[in-house]
Design a protein around this ligand. Structure first.
Ligand code: NAG
Ligand code: NAG
Ligand code: NAG
Ligand code: NAG
Ligand code: NAG
Length: 297
């Protein structure tokens, strides 16, 4: 969408908030412009007329992206995505959380990265965890549906005990806090939410062997139904940070998966997992310490 259109919607929202209490207007999570701003090539970010669906386009010139206005430490962060259809080889669509806007050396980050494919071949969903600028915690899954046909939920539960990546409420990945002194668990930095689309044809599809076919550009992925319930960061540190019982995502039932969630988790690993760094002994002869509490089922 053109920046002018974004501005127009912003003005409408501002006008609406003259009539409604601000908190009420802000609370309508359907309206993306209440929560997000484009941060990269805004002319390639567009929306449907009521502002509920945002489209990110990749052209042969550039990708684009948006960022949340707020940052949170712990919570539930959900978005529905519908990915580029047809031949999407080389195209990377993301929904992720990061403590900063950029690839800085001390950032914490939690990623969903969708690696496109040629028509009829499956996308790969790669998840990753960064702490203090260090990542290398990749896990990869195929999906049990065509992610280009419809919107599906991609969610992250984050508290001080675990990070869980969900696809349509199925836990596809658990990343537990080892609670060791050499802990590799991001829990000290609040994170924004981001979305982006970009050309990853040097690595994304079959390890980079299949390149983006620009004849199919622009490539468009769609985002809707943002749902956040988290501890909003307010300097110097939010009141919710020190409490563990006020919010469902921080209470003991959210510290580990339920029996039913674990069953789904095992089903997802058995049938759809294609890569797990903890079992990649060529890469990590000694598995990183957190692997001991995140054994592969
Ligand atoms: C939120 O915005 C959407 C899109 O305009 C609208 O359909 C819905 O009724 C709004 N919800 C509330 C609670 O205002
Ligand atoms: C990019 O796409 C445009 C529109 O299809 C085309 O005119 C242009 O030549 C392309 N540029 C490159 C570098 O491929
Ligand atoms: C870490 O270990 C301490 C001491 O055993 C315990 O009190 C605390 O609850 C643990 N924290 C987590 C996040 O498991
Ligand atoms: C693309 O399809 C090929 C062939 O089915 C498959 O090997 C590959 O894992 C798929 N996904 C990506 C992102 O390369
Ligand atoms: C947001 O997510 C929470 C937790 O899963 C859920 O209870 C709530 O119904 C969701 N809200 C919407 C509008 O989908």
């Amino acid at each position: 969408m053109a920046k002018a259109t974004l501005l127009f919607i912003a003005v409408l929202v501002a006008a609406a908030s003259c009539l409604l209490p601000v908190s009420k207007a802000q609370s309508n999570m359907s309206i993306f412009s209440n929560y997000f701003n484009s941060i990269w090539s805004g002319n390639l970010v567009s929306s449907n007329p009521n502002g509920e669906i945002w489209y990110l386009a990749l052209t042969n010139a550039t990708g684009c992206g948006f960022q949340s206005n707020n940052k949170y430490i712990f919570g539930w962060f959900s978005m529905k995505l519908k990915l580029v259809g047809g031949n999407s080889a080389g195209v990377v669509t993301t929904y992720y959380m990061c403590s900063e806007n950029g690839a800085g050396p001390t950032r914490d980050e939690l990623d969903f990265e969708f690696l496109g494919n040629v028509t009829g071949q499956p996308y790969i969903l790669q998840t990753n965890v960064f702490k203090d600028g260090i990542g290398g915690r990749e896990m990869r899954h195929f999906l049990w549906f065509d992610p280009t046909e419809d919107f599906h939920d991609y969610s992250i539960l984050w508290n001080n005990h675990q990070i869980v990546f969900f696809v349509d409420k199925v836990a596809i990945r658990i990343y537990q806090n080892t609670n060791y002194t050499n802990n590799f668990f991001p829990n000290a930095k609040a994170m924004y939410q981001f979305a982006s689309i970009w050309n990853g044809d040097s690595w994304a599809t079959e390890g980079g062997q299949i390149k983006t076919n620009w004849a199919n550009a622009p490539f468009v992925s769609s985002y809707t139904n943002y749902n956040v319930s988290g501890c909003l960061w307010q300097d110097p540190s939010p009141a919710c940070l020190s409490t563990t019982t006020l919010n469902w995502w921080d209470q003991s039932p959210a510290w580990q998966l339920s029996a039913a969630q674990l069953e789904d988790y095992h089903w997802a690993q058995r049938n759809f997992c294609v890569y797990y760094y903890c079992t990649d002994t060529a890469r990590y002869p000694t598995p990183p310490p957190e692997c001991s509490v995140n054994p592969f089922p």
